[in-house]
Design a protein around this ligand. Structure first.
Ligand code: ZN
Ligand code: ZN
Length: 330
């Protein structure tokens, strides 16, 4: 769908019957088109991509740059195939580009580190073993490739007609980037700001020390700019970045208050707190035990992120007890 003149949204389906889409965008210009994000790599997604291009009267050949907002499989998976089909250059932020070999190359090492992290936060051994492999299925829908162009905050990506500034927005991943067109007040936000969901922010072996703090800083950084049209990586496009980011910040503050209330009852580890709090899947409240392994892992990793953030904010403290980290209210 051509959302505004020269900007087309392509909806690329997830694999394995998951009822979600990645939004890819083709931005036309007088020096060729920029593609923002790709989708998973499987035949259904490539077929969908081709069909969407055909409906929009676009072609692979006119795409010269493939900007991948971050290294998750639903944005990066198909980049290698599309590079071949389009004869285009892949553009990524340096930090996520550097994490590609360890993320997709040495999966066992990453899984070992994840399991160690989960055990040290109180996850029982059998559950940690189940969680360690919980997202390994995703790697089969990624063709690993090194980007051709690595960018940093403030770099410019241009197709002649449109000029985009690269904004580094760590949090969801450490090297997440958005594209910002100051003249037209447009933001291609990847997964940093979505209209109908809060992106996952969690501690993992690649996340950096305080991803929750990074995410809040990224939202505040974006809110300072005039942005009146947001093109997100999933879900509907929307108008006001600042209203949506304020809403997200309010929900995140409410989550931190819930965590503090649980810690008022006594010392607990991240796993215990995760079990004590309500979780939502697709808007419906679900008990921890009814979540799938990958959702439970995401829940514990998100909890560790918020606990670390509350430590940095001076609101709680952490203690090591027999190789396990426990938290207490100050
Ligand atoms: Zn993502
Ligand atoms: Zn995504």
């Amino acid at each position: 769908m051509e959302i505004v003149t020269g900007v087309h949204q392509l909806r690329i389906p997830f694999p394995e019957g998951i009822e979600r889409f990645t939004n890819a965008y083709v931005i036309e210009g007088n020096r060729g088109s920029i593609l923002v994000d790709c989708g998973w790599d499987n035949s259904e997604a490539i077929w969908a991509f081709r069909e969407e291009l055909r409906v929009e009267r676009l072609s692979f050949e006119e795409i010269n740059w493939i900007v991948v907002t971050h290294a998750h499989p639903d944005h990066f998976g198909m980049a290698a195939k599309l590079r071949e089909l389009c004869n285009a250059k892949i553009v990524m932020h340096r930090v996520d580009a550097e994490l590609i070999p360890s993320r997709y190359g040495d999966f066992r090492k990453l899984a070992d580190e994840t399991e160690k992290l989960l055990l040290s936060h109180g996850v029982p051994a059998d559950e940690a073993a189940e969680m360690r492999e919980a997202s390994s299925w995703g790697a089969q829908y990624v063709t690993v490739v090194e980007p051709d162009v690595v960018v940093e905050e403030g770099d410019i990506v241009s197709n002649g007609t449109f000029q985009f500034e690269v904004l580094h927005t760590p949090g969801h991943t450490p090297g997440h980037m958005c594209l910002y067109d100051a003249r037209k007040r447009r933001l291609f936000s990847g997964d940093t700001v979505l209209f109908d969901a809060i992106p996952h922010v969690g501690v993992d072996p690649q996340s950096g020390q305080d991803p929750a703090g990074d995410y809040i800083a990224s939202l505040e950084n974006l809110s300072e700019r005039p942005i009146s049209f947001v093109f997100p990586g999933h879900g509907p496009v929307f108008n006001s970045l600042s209203i949506r980011s304020e809403e997200i910040l309010r929900l995140l503050q409410a989550r931190q208050r819930q965590i503090l209330a649980v810690l008022d009852e006594g010392m607990k580890d991240a796993y215990q707190i995760t079990r004590d709090l309500p979780w939502k899947v697709d808007g419906a409240e679900v008990a921890y035990d009814d979540l799938e392994a990958r959702e439970r892992r995401a829940g514990v990793c998100a909890m560790i992120a918020w606990l670390r953030h509350l430590i940095n904010a001076g609101q709680i403290a952490a203690l090591e007890q027999n190789g396990r980290t426990v938290y207490l209210a100050k």
